[in-house]
Design a protein around this ligand. Structure first.
Ligand code: COI
Length: 359
């Protein structure tokens, strides 16, 4: 089922960034955005693409008081065959609906949601950057918008999509990042919202992230919220380790985000003949491996972060260097293959890369 989408084009198109090597992440926005309203009586209505700009919000809106908000992160790529492509967009739509279910927000029709992404990306296709390592980041988000203060499931909501031409998420680019394992704050517990992509998870992570940055680390690696023993995920990415030739990544226990890049990397690594264990991995096991020399590589995976090598791990006063603070061979192979599929440089045997339009 497709939603109706009206299009009002901007009369004041912005200048495109002159130097794509300085795009950074999420700082520049395209000319248009998508908005759609929801009410319990009408369902989703008034789907519209409008010029990018501020949107009015009721001062009592649910999202401002109770944080009823979920989001996704996707990218559109300018592929080698002169097309604009998305990477596994249906996976993002399914996850968006899983997050919506957890926060009692209204779900979206999968086909309708894909049509929204395609329509907006086609309209903004000239904003998809051209240089290696760049893409158009797409940020769909959905929030509760009841204009009163009672605490209950919302009756009104907004679905919005904005787009931003981006380069690397980390200033380090594809160079290894320094990660601090957090021993005070926790991000999520089972039964909570850890598996949902909701703004509140990120809000709760900011204090630890700030502390880590002040100490020279790029991001925080979270331990489980109960025993504070098992590794869960990094601030904006899932995490994987190569230990004695095997790949180990935290299991999706309910408090870990089910990453689409994570899932794709696991599929690729298995096809390359590696054993992949999705299981609980304790910080003690990780540091025993670092000490006895069997921790061969560590990396993060995410839409924004892509595949990002980890060069240092810090925990309780001790710092370990991984892979001589260089990108490991498997991490590099993963980066090359994943981005190769995304940018249409290598064959996509899985059908992950989905055409939106001609470039
Ligand atoms: C993404 O990888 O798309 C994310 O949503 C991470 C983000 C918080 C920057």
């Amino acid at each position: 089922m497709k939603y109706e989408i009206s299009i009002t084009k901007t009369t004041a198109p912005k200048e495109h960034p002159a130097d794509e090597s300085k795009l950074g992440f999420g700082q520049i926005f395209t000319d248009h955005m998508f908005l759609m309203d929801y009410s319990k009586e009408k369902g989703w209505y008034n789907g519209r693409i409008v010029p990018f700009g501020p949107m009015p919000i009721h001062p009592a809106s649910t999202v401002l008081h109770y944080g009823a908000e979920i989001f996704e992160g996707m990218k559109a790529y300018r592929a080698k065959d002169n097309t604009i492509r998305l990477f596994r967009p249906t996976e993002n739509i399914k996850r968006l609906n899983n997050s919506a279910e957890r926060l009692c927000l209204p779900l979206l029709d999968e086909e309708g949601c894909l049509d929204i992404f395609n329509t907006l990306v086609e309209l903004e296709k000239d904003w998809v950057p051209h240089s290696d390592g760049t893409s158009l980041y797409i940020r769909p988000y959905l929030f509760g918008n009841d204009p009163h203060l009672g605490v209950h499931a919302v009756k009104e909501a907004v679905f919005a999509v904005i787009c931003s031409p981006v380069g690397a998420y980390y200033a380090e680019g594809i160079n290894p990042v320094k990660i601090a394992i957090e021993s005070q704050d926790v991000r999520a517990v089972r039964g909570g919202t850890g598996y949902a992509k909701c703004g509140g998870n990120y809000a709760a992570s900011l204090r630890a992230g700030e502390r880590a940055e002040q100490q020279g680390y790029t991001q925080v690696l979270w331990l489980d919220g109960v025993e504070r023993k098992y590794i869960e995920e990094v601030g904006s990415m899932n995490v994987m380790f190569k230990i004695a030739g095997k790949i180990i990544t935290p299991a999706l226990t309910g408090s870990v985000l089910p990453g689409i890049t994570r899932k794709s990397c696991i599929e690729l690594i298995k096809e390359w003949g590696y054993e992949v264990e999705e299981r609980l991995i304790s910080v003690d096991e990780l540091f025993a491996a670092a000490e006895n020399g069997t921790l061969e590589e560590a990396w993060g995976t995410g839409t924004a972060a892509v595949v990002s090598p980890i060069g240092h791990l810090f925990y309780n006063g001790k710092e370990y260097t991984v892979s001589d603070n260089k990108i490991g061979a498997l991490t590099q192979k993963l980066y090359d293959n994943l981005t190769g599929i995304q940018w249409g440089k290598i064959e996509d045997k899985h059908g992950w890369s989905v055409k939106v339009c001609e470039a």
